[in-house]
Design a protein around this ligand. Structure first.
Ligand SMILES: CC(C)(COP(=O)(O)OP(=O)(O)OC[C@H]1O[C@@H](n2cnc3c(N)ncnc32)[C@H](O)[C@@H]1OP(=O)(O)O)[C@@H](O)C(=O)NCCC(=O)NCCS
Length: 320
């Protein structure tokens, strides 16, 4: 077994490895190529593969993200093919990542796993990682969703001049992208839970690529609540797996317009879009402390999956 820095030639093998570790992922080499293209160049990233007889049997990386925004903070991940687990490959990959990080004088590192993977949790706890955030993933079966339960929602606020529009319907507003960028940031900072404290703001261009023009963006599945010229709420879907699943991106309403059914109405519009486009699932992920959104998702019929736990290791306390 050799551990090597990854090149794009390894991507098909890495995709197969990821899918063996989590069969729900359905990744392909192009997802990794796309990930490289979309990543902000300011984020330090390095991947490694564990290779045996030309087969990728393990992989690991460190990277940085807007969700844990600091030049000395990193996200890491290690995965080993189920057939090759418990043979020291995960530990070897982990050590390689930690050595690779030394040069950046890290302050803290994070990684995520689900609550139903006790062996991963043991691996992390043994290495001084502690739980810092718990997220609730959930899924909605779009095909069996019955929209008639939610009919007439928009009548509640239409008389107040509030309308829900798609991105295309707002095409003539020259300020559209800037307004969405600003609203996304305002809402992101107000999301209950532990993530908002550590997030950084991506540039306008990166936001537009992520949510509006990029390969995962769906302009007809992006809904904006407007009052005159003002954008007061948004809810957008992103492509997860073509023709199969979508991912629920940010949903939010400016604080002064909450509790009028606007958030729910935008999400119901998004589900109608998914239904008419033939998708099967919408996946969502919310901080376990975000009671309003969890209550809304439950009302809609989202079914909870095992919790996703973010673990953090304070590097300086343990390594220096
Ligand atoms: C979550 C959020 C979008 C709700 O928007 P809203 O327009 O106020 O919500 P609605 O009026 O449409 O509420 C619909 C349902 O959601 C649930 N809900 C909304 N706010 C709630 C609250 N404060 N407490 C408990 N349940 C709440 C209820 O089930 C409600 O139905 P009900 O009115 O019959 O009780 C809004 O609170 C928000 O912008 N929060 C910050 C952003 C965020 O956390 N987004 C989620 C991360 S993606």
């Amino acid at each position: 077994m050799k551990i090597l820095p990854t090149t794009p030639d390894h991507y098909p093998g890495i995709a197969t490895l990821y899918n063996s570790v989590d069969p729900e992922l359905h990744l392909s080499a192009s997802d990794f190529i796309e990930g490289d293209r979309l990543r902000d160049p300011k984020f330090k990233t390095q991947r490694w593969v564990a290779i045996e007889k030309d087969e990728v049997i393990g992989a690991g990386y460190f990277t940085q993200s807007n969700w844990f925004a600091h030049p000395q903070k990193f996200m890491i991940w290690v995965g080993v093919h189920p057939k090759h687990q418990k043979g020291g490959i995960g530990s070897a990959l982990y050590e390689t990542i930690m050595q690779g990080l030394q040069q950046f004088d890290p302050l803290a590192i994070r990684t995520r796993t689900t609550e139903d993977r006790p062996q991963s949790i043991r691996f992390l706890k043994k290495r001084s990682f502690q739980e810092v955030i718990r997220d609730v993933p959930s899924e909605l079966n779009v095909q069996t969703f019955d929209p008639t339960h939610f009919a007439g929602l928009e009548d509640r606020f239409r008389d107040n001049g509030i309308e829900i529009k798609t991105l295309s319907e707002l095409e003539n507003d020259p300020e559209r992208n800037q307004k969405l960028y600003d609203l996304d940031w305002e809402i992101s900072l107000s999301v209950p839970g532990d993530l908002a404290a550590g997030i950084g703001r991506r540039g306008l261009e990166k936001y537009v690529e992520y949510a509006i023009t990029g390969p995962s963006a769906l302009p007809e599945g992006f809904f904006v609540a407007t009052k005159g010229e003002e954008f007061i709420g948004l809810s957008h879907l992103l492509l997860s797996e073509k023709n199969v699943s979508l991912y629920q991106g940010l949903t939010g309403v400016k604080p002064q317009y909450r509790h009028q059914g606007i958030g729910l109405a935008m999400k119901i519009r998004a589900i109608a879009y998914a239904q008419s486009s033939g998708y099967v699932l919408i996946k969502a992920e919310n901080d376990a402390k975000n009671k309003p959104m969890l209550a809304m998702n439950e009302k809609i019929g989202y079914v909870r999956k095992p919790a996703l736990i973010t673990f953090e290791k304070q590097w300086q306390l343990t390594e220096k």
